[in-house]
Structures are given as structure tokens and as C-alpha cells.
Design a protein. Structure first.
Lengths: 362, 225
């Protein structure tokens, strides 16, 4: 921990030389007065220990400096004759020499370990970046190329196979082109939104909005995709107007409901509720689908994450965009889910409210 | 029938081709310009009945071009925009654009906008009864009926509905509506507008949760059909 502590604290890093000098001198003074207690050789071991500890925390230059300083201090203040750099006895001379070598070797070794750790960390960082990048590229090329392949394939078939195609099949192919085009459009929109979020260039256009209307708009846009799903939404007429960027919130709800439609079996219900209390707008979207296993729950909001073994198309951006847009409103989004028991997304956004809902006399 | 002429000012040849085929199949006469300068020249030489203007032209800012066109061109200009940027759209509408479509657009939608704009240029203000499916507005009697039943409206609701009905098919920005109904100085009071649209929908729509007459154009305004 000490290693990352220093590297993350620029102040400590900048003042490490004065700090280490200060510590060495402080310890030496304490040791100087303890000489009568245990003689002048024990302090050498204590100083050695201090310098060794420096090796864990400080840079190589600092450690070598401390090593030199403590050796000189020990020589000057502790080895008789005192207050000279002269060493009278051969045994002390040898000890001084060994002290110096040990301190130096020790600090060099800990420095090398630190270096190795850093390289390892950098490598891991790089690997995870590459991995993310690969996931991104795989996901992107698949998501973009599938509709492109559908369009080119369908057009080719119509152009070169005109004679053999029944009118019905031709219309089916044209329909495929239409679906692929809109899918491509949606993917590009997602990517643009994601890059807006990533670059921090999202600027909220906050205005009064009727949240019931926002939900209704989303349901209308999803009408073609509803299929056999049952949507439960009871607009609360007494709900106040709230100040939000309704386009972004519409997108959030669209992504969540769209996900629910994609990942839950036909015939199941998806319920949506909107409420406002204490200047907090709460939106809850829950489904009766297969839910999220624990591993998936933790990663659900990650960019480009998709639950494994799902054939449903999608870039894995929907939830991260939803999260980004909610957080741009200083709000939170939570996923509660157990495998096999459906999923519930709860969004809470702090909002200004207005209750001037019924101006019947005007 | 006299063929109405539409000038397309758009730099992308693919989009021009698509528009040309579509519009000609509907009986319109189509002219094309690939730059703003060329478009201005063509519009000045022989004013068309309607202009389709791509807001993202290479040689001139689309908004500036629009302002310049609107100085002397009295017919409708419909904006084509790739930017799904409501601010840009609102600005274009405030600069006098008759309507807008964002790319990718549905052809039917574009044709409906074109028809609405062309009709608007012709319609005279002497109709006293306006009908929208089950809705009937009698401008002389100042009454509104839904399925032949009288709908009671407050003064402001009536004013708002009139504004919508007279601009049927056309998108009205929040600012425009606020100015028309409440006057200058109230343009930022969108909460009143939301409330009145809400109550009006409850009175005139079959299902206020799925409005068929007062449509919301997210971030831009409302369109009455």
C-alpha cells in the first residue's frame, strides 16, 4: 500500500528529501542520547532499519542520500573518536563499510521491486485497455456490419435476381433493408451519445416537463416493438411538472423499456411508474423476465457489456448511456434483480417541481 | 394540373437523387442545387414554390442562408437536418423556416410536410369551420365540438386551440406559442404552456395519453393535426 501511497501523493513525493533528512536526523538525535543504554553499535542497526523502510516508500535518489547521510552521522556522532570522521578501530571500520554496503544493497533491491511492480501494473492497465478496445471493436464491427450486410445482401438479391423473386419476397427484402437502416441509425445514435458522454460535452437543456407525457412518448415510439408484451403504466394526474432535460430522460426510459422488451419473453409484463416526492422524481421500470445473475448485475452498466449467451442484437451501450444521462441530472440509477425473478431499475433525480396544474379559471 | 416547383439545396448527391425520384413521382417539378451560392442564384432567378434546404451545406452556414432567403423569398422553406439538435431546429424555425425533417427521414413524413407547406401558401383565411376528424371548430360561433358534442373550453384554452388549428400541420415552437397566447415577456413560462396543453388534451383528445391532435415534438414544440 505504501508504494501507491507515495506515488499518489504529489506533496509527499515533492518533499521526500527534506522529510527523509528530517527523519534520519531526528532518529539519530534520539539514538545519540540512548548510547549509554545500549552502546554505539545498536544505533547502526536502527538507522539501517530506517533506511530500509525508506526503500519501500521513497525514490532511489532519496534512499541513497539517506543511506549516505545516516552512514556519515553514525561515523561522526557514534563511532569513537566522536565528532570526527576518523575511525580508530579496525572492527568499527569494517562495520561502517558493511553498514554502507547493506544499506545501499537494501535500498537498491526495494527500488527494483518497486520498478517491477510498476511495470507489471502498467502492463495490466495496458492489457485491460486493449481488452476493452477489442471488445469495443468486436461489438462495433458486429453491430454495424450486420445491418450493412443485410442491406447490401438484400439490394444485391433484388438487383441480380429480379426475375426469380416473387413480389412477396421482394417486399420482404425491402422490409429487411428498412429494418437494417433504422437499426444502423440507432447504433450510430448510441455511439454519438456515448462519445458525447465520454467527452463530457453533454449540456442539459432543462425545462418544465410533464413526466407522464415523457413516458407516453416513449411508449408511442416503442409501439412497433411491443409485440405481445403487456405494458403497465398508470399516469398519476396529480404529479407536478418537473424540470428535466426531457429529451435525455426520454432516451433513458426508451433504453430501459427497450431492454426489457428485448430480454424478457413475450406475454410477460413490464411496469413503469413515475412519482415525485420531496423534489425527487422516481422512475421505476420493472419486468418479470429472467433477471440478472449476480455477475451480470455488477457489470450491467459497463460500456459494451452484454449478457453472455443472449442472441438479441445490441451494442451494450443502452444502460451505460442511461446511467450517464441520469448522472448528468445529478441522479442515480439502481438495478435490483435476482436471477429468475425479473429486474427492477429505479431512477432518482433531484428536480424542481411546479404544482400549477389546474388553471381552470383562466 | 400546374406542376409545383421544388428547389432542393443539398450537397449530398445521394440525398438529392432520392428526393428527386420521390418528388417527381408525386408530380412535382424538381430543381437541384449542390451549394448555397447556386441555390440562392436559382431561387432568385426563378422563385420555386418551395425550397428544401439542407442546413449543413459546405459553403455557407445554413441558418445564415435561411435568413438571407427569407429576406425576399415568401414561400415555405423546409429544413433538412442531420443534426438531431433541437436547438438548431428551433433556431431555424425562429429564422422563418416553415418546417423541418431530420435525416434519416421517412419519405411519407417529408411528403406530408411538403403538402402542408404548399397548402398553407394557398389557404385563404375565410373558412369559418375547421374540421379535424371528430373535432369541429366553428370560428364564428366560437364553439368546439367533439363527435358533435359541445366541448367546454376556457378562454385561454380556446385561444390556444385556435392558434393550433390555424397552423394545422405545422410545428409551432414553445416560444412562438407563448408569445402568441401570453404576449412578449412570458416566453420562458413553459410551465403554463405544458399545463394548458395537458388540460386541452384531456378535453379534445379521445385518449389524452395517446394524443392524436396535439402532437409533441420533443424539445421543439407542438404540431396540431
Amino acid at each position: 500500500m505504501a508504494i501507491s501511497f507515495v506515488s499518489k501523493s504529489p506533496l509527499l513525493k515533492r518533499y521526500q528529501i527534506p522529510l527523509s533528512v528530517f527523519i534520519v536526523i531526528g532518529v539519530s538525535i534520539a539514538l545519540f542520547y540512548s548510547v549509554p543504554l545500549w552502546g554505539y553499535r545498536v544505533p547502526a542497526l536502527v538507522l539501517l532499519m530506517v533506511v530500509s523502510l525508506f526503500g519501500l516508500v521513497f525514490d532511489i535518489v532519496t534512499v541513497v542520500l539517506s543511506c549516505l547521510l545516516s552512514a556519515l552521522i553514525w561515523n561522526f556522532f557514534f563511532i569513537p573518536p566522536l565528532f570526527t570522521f576518523h575511525i580508530a578501530n579496525g572492527e568499527d571500520g569494517l562495520m561502517f563499510f558493511m553498514y554502507f554496503i547493506m544499506a545501499l544493497v537494501h535500498s537498491l533491491l526495494s527500488f527494483k521491486i518497486k520498478e517491477a511492480e510498476k511495470i507489471q501494473r502498467d502492463k495490466e492497465d495496458k492489457e485491460s485497455t486493449i481488452k476493452l478496445y477489442n471488445t469495443l471493436l468486436n461489438s462495433l464491427s458486429h453491430e454495424l456490419k450486420t445491418p450493412i450486410a443485410a442491406i447490401i445482401g438484400a439490394v444485391d438479391t433484388i438487383q441480380h435476381n429480379e426475375m426469380n423473386l416473387s413480389e412477396k419476397n421482394k417486399l420482404a427484402l425491402i422490409n429487411e433493408i428498412r429494418i437494417a437502416g433504422w437499426r444502423l441509425n440507432k447504433e450510430v445514435e448510441n455511439l454519438l451519445n456515448m462519445s458525447r458522454l465520454e467527452s463530457g460535452s453533454i449540456k442539459l437543456k432543462i425545462d418544465w416537463a410533464d413526466i407522464n407525457e415523457v413516458v407516453n412518448m416513449v411508449l408511442e415510439k416503442l409501439e412497433d416493438k411491443l409485440g405481445k408484451h403487456i405494458i403497465i403504466f398508470q399516469p398519476d394526474d396529480a404529479i407536478p411538472l418537473i424540470k428535466i432535460d426531457s429529451i435525455l430522460i426520454e432516451q433513458v426510459l426508451y433504453n430501459l423499456v427497450n431492454n426489457a422488451l428485448l430480454y424478457t419473453p413475450a406475454g410477460t409484463s413490464i411496469s413503469i411508474s413515475a412519482s415525485v416526492q420531496n423534489e425527487i422524481c422516481e422512475l421505476v421500470i420493472s419486468d418479470n423476465g429472467p433477471g440478472f445473475p449476480e455477475a451480470a448485475r455488477a457489470k450491467a452498466f459497463n460500456m459494451f457489456y452484454r449478457q453472455p449467451h443472449h442472441k438479441t442484437g445490441g451494442s451494450g451501450l443502452g444502460l451505460s448511456i442511461a446511467k450517464g444521462f441520469v448522472e448528468a441530472h445529478q441522479g442515480t440509477i439502481m438495478l435490483l434483480s435476482n436471477e429468475g425473478e425479473g429486474a427492477t431499475f429505479t431512477i432518482q433525480i433531484p428536480v424542481a417541481t411546479s404544482y400549477i396544474k389546474n388553471l381552470n379559471n383562466e | 394540373m400546374n406542376k409545383e416547383e421544388i428547389l432542393i439545396i443539398e450537397d449530398e448527391p445521394q440525398i438529392r437523387k432520392l428526393l428527386e425520384i420521390n418528388l417527381e413521382s408525386q408530380g412535382y417539378k424538381v430543381k437541384q442545387a449542390s451549394t448555397a451560392a447556386m441555390g440562392l442564384q436559382m431561387a432568385a432567378n426563378h422563385p420555386p414554390d418551395l425550397i428544401l434546404l439542407d442546413i449543413g451545406l459546405p459553403d455557407m452556414n445554413g441558418q445564415d442562408l435561411l435568413v438571407e432567403l427569407k429576406n425576399w423569398f415568401n414561400q415555405s422553406v423546409i429544413i433538412l437536418s442531420v443534426l438531431d439538435n433541437e436547438e438548431e431546429i428551433v433556431k431555424a424555425l425562429d429564422n422563418g423556416a416553415g418546417d423541418y425533417v431530420t435525416k434519416p427521414f421517412r419519405t411519407n413524413e417529408l411528403l406530408a410536410r411538403i403538402r402542408a407547406c404548399l397548402n398553407r401558401n394557398k389557404v385563404e383565411d375565410n373558412k369559418t369551420i375547421l374540421s379535424f376528424q371528430e373535432l369541429q371548430l366553428d370560428l364564428l360561433a366560437r364553439t368546439v365540438t367533439k363527435d358533435n358534442e359541445n366541448v367546454k373550453l376556457t378562454a385561454t384554452e380556446y385561444k390556444l386551440l385556435m392558434l393550433f388549428a390555424k397552423n394545422a400541420g405545422r410545428v409551432l415552437t414553445h416560444q412562438f406559442i407563448l408569445k402568441e397566447i401570453w404576449g412578449v415577456g412570458f416566453q420562458s413560462d413553459t410551465q403554463y404552456l405544458r399545463v394548458f396543453v395537458g388540460t386541452l388534451r384531456k378535453k379534445i383528445e379521445q385518449n389524452p395519453n395517446k394524443p392524436q391532435h396535439i402532437l409533441t415534438e420533443s424539445g421543439v414544440g407542438y404540431r396540431f393535426v
